[in-house]
Ligand binder design. Sequence first.
Ligand code: HEM
Length: 234
Amino acid sequence: MTAAVDSDVKSNETKLVNNVWYKSVRMTVNVLTHVLIFLTVFICILFACNSATVGLYELHIILCVLGYQFFMCQGTLIMSQYNSWSMYITRRYKKHLHWSMQVLAAVLVTVGTAFIIQQKSVHFNTIHGKLGLAALVCCLASLLNGILAMYPRKLSTCISVFWIRFFHYITGVVSMFLATGSLCAAFEYRSFKVWTGNGDVFVPTIVSFTWLFTVLVTLDFWILTGNKIRSLSK
Ligand code: HEM
């Protein structure tokens, strides 16, 4: 019975994936995601490079934003079959690029966080800092899960391959959302607001863009989860 339901769900998914309109929408959404990522990362780097000297605080911004909002997002998008720049790369090379980018992201965000810790005497006493710390913990957990997910067959005797992969996905997705929360809290800082001209539009716009591209980067995860829930509830 479950096998029949599973094959039903799979055949519906295949029909949808082969639909030209669906493909066009997914590719357009992918391009939009890249535009939003580039815009947000560019603005943050511009803000950090605006001061006369680039010290630990500025490096904190550059490394954390490049790590989470650029490399982690690109490393996730690469696994999607609708990602523009990796569409014609074979699955094997996509996997290599995926883990290399995630390792690079983890190194950047760890160093970026260590730099700001050096600058402060009291630690993790703000919403921004707390969310940033939680994002780092999840990012490192996702990296460890990623190593397990690379060899799922060896572990499949104690836990199913699906759940090994799912745990890797969920820690990665949670890390991305926590990093977005931390970044959006930083956008509310006075220094950033003053730099953007203290207007009522800029900060809410960049906050919405950041949340929007985080949801879009993780779109495949939500679709996969939705399909799994549907097949379990039938
Ligand atoms: C995703 C990007 C970012 C992450 C994950 C992140 C993470 C963190 C963490 C974990 C701390 C706490 C360090 C401690 O308490 O010892 C911190 C502090 C700080 N960050 Fe960030 N940061 C990011 C981006 C930014 C940006 C863009 C700005 C500037 C607009 C910024 C400004 C600050 C400031 C001023 C502090 C010291 C005050 C505080 O703890 O809130 N950060 N950050």
